[in-house]
Design a protein around this ligand. Structure first.
Ligand code: G4P
Length: 291
């Protein structure tokens, strides 16, 4: 479900997170490892404030591992703790308790020095829609409890999920709004499925994806669709449309008169991308970070 975010929604989402922040020790800020910058809420620093935070690069299974390493280094240089995970399969998830403990080490040591028994660390997951919040909550809970949805709503009966004795997670995540003012960011969000494509033109999103694939992941289009003699760059939309046309022909996306159905070709490409059939692709480099 995609909603349009209006100022009222944003204010409500922000207020709900601020209420939850009072209950917790640490924030898990969930980003999409394929688009760490575009999947970041523009006001997240302001909203979270001084609360200890662990940046989680989720969907790392779909992202380019080298770029994930670069992004991790980048966040560390910004003074943020960071950890790559795959919430779907569970890779990296069991380390969350120890990562959170590291972040709160001083506080925990102080409690121990005073003879207090440290209580479990309380955590909140925050992130934009579709970044994997419910998947991670369900994974930590070991069962399906989180309701998927991207609307900040009335949250009644919040509960804590105990994870391994040392970590407790609030079962309702903090839902942040995505960036939407910049068309490049919009294309990246749409390419990865963070926003549904009915807002943007499918073929435009596909052309954006093709530009990245041709220029940075040259071999994948040959391997997947048997395209040969591809240029090394796609300088304009027309050049990208020609590649989309070749994919359409290869995949039989033809309408009457023998013309390529661009929308169908775009659907094929985006479905392959999102399911990982084109390999592990990252769309952003840390130098492009927009905050
Ligand atoms: P949200 O609560 O933040 O809105 O996101 P949610 O958990 O619903 O996850 C959105 C989609 O992303 C889901 O796919 C989910 O399976 C997928 N996903 C979450 N974490 C990971 C991950 O680490 N790796 C991979 N590969 N996928 C992940 P879906 O149910 O198919 O939804 P959709 O694609 O139809 O939107």
């Amino acid at each position: 479900m995609t909603i349009q975010w209006f100022p009222g929604h944003m204010t409500r989402a922000r207020r709900q997170i601020e209420e939850k922040l009072k209950l917790i020790d640490v924030v898990f800020e969930l980003l999409d490892a394929r688009i760490p910058s575009s999947s970041r809420n523009p006001m997240v620093d302001e909203i979270i404030g001084e609360k200890p935070r662990l940046v989680l690069l989720n969907k790392a299974d779909l992202a380019d591992p080298e770029k994930t390493t670069e992004w991790s280094r980048f966040f560390r240089e910004q003074g943020l703790a960071v950890h790559a995970i795959d919430a779907n399969a569970g890779a990296g998830v069991k380390e969350l308790a120890s990562k959170a403990k590291e972040l709160l080490k001083e506080k925990i040591d102080r409690q121990i020095a005073k003879g207090m028994k440290p209580r479990p660390i309380r955590a909140l997951i925050v992130g934009i829609p579709n970044v994997g919040k419910s998947t991670l909550i369900n994974r930590l809970a070991g069962r399906n409890i989180a309701v998927t949805g991207d609307r900040p709503g009335v949250t009644k009966g919040q509960q804590w999920i105990r994870f391994g004795g040392e970590l407790e997670l609030l079962d309702t995540p903090g839902i942040l709004w995505p960036r939407f003012e910049d068309p490049v960011v919009g294309n990246r969000l749409a390419a990865t499925g963070a926003i549904k494509e009915d807002i943007l033109h499918l073929d435009e999103v596909a052309c954006f994806v093709l530009k990245v694939l041709v220029e940075q992941y040259g071999q994948v289009l040959g391997e997947r669709y048997g395209l040969t003699d591809l240029p090394s760059e796609l300088p304009d939309m027309q050049a990208a449309v020609e590649v989309l046309e070749s994919i359409g022909r290869r995949r039989g996306c033809i309408v009457s008169g023998g013309h390529v159905d661009y929308e169908k070709a775009a659907t094929v490409l985006l479905r392959d991308l999102r399911s990982g059939k084109l390999g592990r692709i990252t769309f952003e480099k840390p130098e492009e970070m927009q905050m």
